[in-house]
Write a protein that binds this ligand. Structure first.
Ligand code: MG
Length: 160
């Protein structure tokens, strides 16, 4: 038995906030605005896993008006979703993702992000794919006003 899930997220880029993507803090003049640590990739990944389980979205599980999640490390959101999956007998088969950010270049950080995601997902790193794109100077990403992530995930349940 397999289940597939999709997740997307976008955060505004502002001065005075850290830029944390895939659990990696990236040197940048602009950071992601948000209630938690505003990790766009981990939020989209959490929504993808929840989506595969048809268990709603990250906002339903972790409301952004709840002070418990202020500046929270977003890996806990993803781990919670993975726990819900394993309670139903599901494991992560693989995850593919795209991050849209104009600058800085993300390539030097991709391996660290993959390792972080793999750890949260309880899988080997070779099951986690992260691709980085720019906005080619157009739309909110290209104008450096936002960072966006898209994630798709496949879950499988053994013996079914
Ligand atoms: Mg978010």
């Amino acid at each position: 038995m397999h289940r597939i899930g999709i997740g997307t997220d976008i955060h505004r880029l502002v001065a005075g906030r850290p830029l944390i993507i895939g659990g990696v803090r990236i040197e940048s003049e602009l950071g992601a605005d948000g209630h938690s640590d505003a990790d766009v990739l981990l939020h989209a990944a959490t929504d993808a896993v929840l989506g595969a389980l048809a268990l709603g979205d990250i906002g339903a599980h972790f409301p952004n008006d709840d002070d418990r999640w202020r500046n929270a490390e977003s890996s806990q959101f993803l781990r919670h979703a993975v726990d819900l999956a394993s309670q139903q007998g599901y494991a992560i088969e693989n995850l593919d993702s795209v991050i849209d950010l104009e600058r800085p270049k993300l390539r030097p950080h991709i391996e660290a992000m993959r390792n972080n995601l793999a750890e949260a997902l309880n899988v080997a790193t070779d099951r986690v794919s992260i691709k980085a794109k720019t906005g080619e100077s157009v739309d909110a990403v290209g104008e450096q006003r936002a960072v966006r992530a898209q994630v798709i995930v496949l879950l499988s349940r053994r013996g079914v």
